[in-house]
Design a protein around this ligand. Structure first.
Ligand code: GAR
Length: 205
C-alpha cells in the first residue's frame, strides 16, 4: 500500500478539510489520501468542498439517528467499506463512544482550537472555546492536534501551535487567527505523521 486511506469527519464549513485537501495536493501529505468525507449534518459547506474536489462523501444526519449506537453503526459501515486507515475529525461536533474509538485505536485524530489542557473537554467547541479563553484573560492560545480516546480531548497530543491574543480580540477574530496560523498548519502535518506511521506498521505486518 502506497497511501493510507483517510476519512475526514466534519459537521460544518470545513476549512480544516480544505487545508487537508490542499496539503494532499501540495505534497505536505504524501503518505495518505482522502478517500471519503463524512458529515454528521446535512447541507454543510464541507459536503460542497468534497464534491468540488471529486471526493466521495456521505451524510449521516445525527439528529435523524435513533441513538448514538445507531449513528456509530452507520459510521462504521461506511468506514469499513471505504477501507479507512486513518480518521481525521475536522470540526466534527459529535463525541464518539469508547466502543467506537477502541476499534480505531491510535488511528483517529482531532483538531481542537486551544492549547490543551486549557479550554477543552465536554462543552468546549467552536466559538465557545475562544470566548472562554478571552473571558479567562489568557495572553496566548492556539490549537492542538491529538489522538482521540474515550476522554473528550484527552488523548495523546501530537502537535500544538501557539497564537498570541490581541487586545481587542473577539471570539470571532481569535477563531479566525487560530485557524489560519495554527489549525490549518498543524492538522495537515499531524495527518501526514499518522498516515506515515500507519503505513509503516502495515508494512511491518
Ligand atoms: C475549528 O475551529 C475546529 O478546531 C473546531 O471547530 C472549527 C471547525 O471549523 N473544533 C472543535 O471545537 C472541536 N472541539 P471548520 O469546519 O471550518 O474546519
Amino acid at each position: 500500500m502506497l497511501r493510507a486511506n483517510i476519512a475526514v469527519l466534519v459537521s460544518g464549513s470545513g476549512t480544516n478539510l480544505q487545508a487537508i485537501i490542499d496539503a494532499c495536493r501540495s505534497g505536505v501529505i504524501k503518505s495518505g489520501e482522502i478517500k471519503t468525507v463524512i458529515s454528521s449534518k446535512e447541507g454543510v459547506y464541507s459536503l460542497e468542498r468534497a464534491k468540488q474536489n471529486g471526493i466521495k462523501s456521505f451524510c449521516i444526519p445525527k439528529k435523524e439517528c435513533a441513538s448514538q449506537k445507531d449513528f456509530e453503526h452507520r459510521l462504521l459501515e461506511i468506514l469499513k467499506t471505504q477501507e479507512t486507515d486513518v480518521i481525521v475529525l475536522a470540526g466534527f461536533m459529535s463525541i464518539l463512544s469508547a466502543d467506537f474509538v477502541n476499534q480505531y485505536k491510535d488511528r483517529i485524530i482531532n483538531v481542537h482550537p486551544s492549547l490543551i489542557p486549557a479550554f477543552c473537554g465536554d462543552g468546549f467547541y467552536g466559538l465557545r472555546v475562544h470566548k472562554a479563553a478571552l473571558d479567562y484573560g489568557v495572553r496566548i492560545s492556539g490549537a492542538t492536534v491529538h489522538y482521540v480516546n474515550e476522554i473528550t480531548d484527552g488523548g495523546q497530543i501530537i502537535l500544538q501551535k501557539a497564537v498570541n491574543i490581541k487586545k481587542n480580540d473577539t471570539p470571532e477574530s481569535l477563531q479566525k487567527r487560530i485557524m489560519e496560523r495554527a489549525e490549518w498548519v498543524i492538522l495537515p502535518r499531524a495527518t501526514e505523521m499518522v498516515c506515515k506511521k500507519v503505513l509503516k506498521e502495515k508494512s511491518n505486518g
